[in-house]
Design a binder for this molecule. Structure first.
Ligand SMILES: [Zn+2]
Length: 132
C-alpha cells in the first residue's frame, strides 16, 4: 500500500516536473517559476484525475440503472383462487396480482440443497487399465 502511494506520487511529480521543465525551456523560466509551474501542473493533474473519476463513476451508475433486471417467465398458482398465472419474474419482485381474481399474492422462494452426484456416464465406462 505504502509502496503504491509512493510510486503514484513519484509518477505525479515526475510528470509535473516534465511539464514545468518544458515550459521553462521554451519560456526562459527561472527556478522559482519552474517550481510554481510544477505545483500548478500537480494541481491540474489531480483535478483532471478527480474529474475523470467522477465521470467514470457517473457513467457506471447510469449503466447499472439503465440495465433491465433479468426476468424469468414462470407459472405460479394464485393463493386465493388457485388459478395458474404466467408472470415475468425478476429477483426484486416479491408480489404479483392474479389475472383471475385480482388479489395481490406474495411470492416466496424455497431453495434446496442436494448432494453432488456422479454422472451416470462416468459410472458406466470403467477405466481400462493399460496393458504393458
Ligand atoms: Zn386468483
Amino acid at each position: 500500500m505504502f509502496k503504491e502511494i509512493l510510486s503514484a506520487l513519484s509518477k505525479l511529480l515526475t510528470v509535473s516536473a516534465a511539464i514545468s521543465a518544458s515550459f521553462a525551456l521554451f519560456l526562459d523560466w527561472d527556478i522559482s517559476k519552474f517550481f510554481i509551474g510544477m505545483g500548478v501542473a500537480t494541481i491540474l493533474q489531480l483535478a483532471i484525475k478527480w474529474y475523470i473519476d467522477r465521470v467514470r463513476e457517473a457513467s457506471i451508475t447510469t449503466l447499472a440503472e439503465e440495465m433491465p433486471a433479468p426476468t424469468v417467465k414462470m407459472q405460479i398458482e394464485c393463493a386465493f383462487c388457485k388459478s395458474p398465472n404466467v408472470i415475468d419474474y425478476n429477483l426484486t419482485q416479491d408480489e404479483f396480482e392474479c389475472e383471475n381474481c385480482h388479489n395481490v399474492n406474495s411470492i416466496y422462494g424455497k431453495f434446496f440443497a442436494a448432494r453432488k452426484a456422479v454422472p451416470l456416464d462416468a459410472m458406466l465406462t470403467p477405466e481400462v487399465p493399460e496393458v504393458t
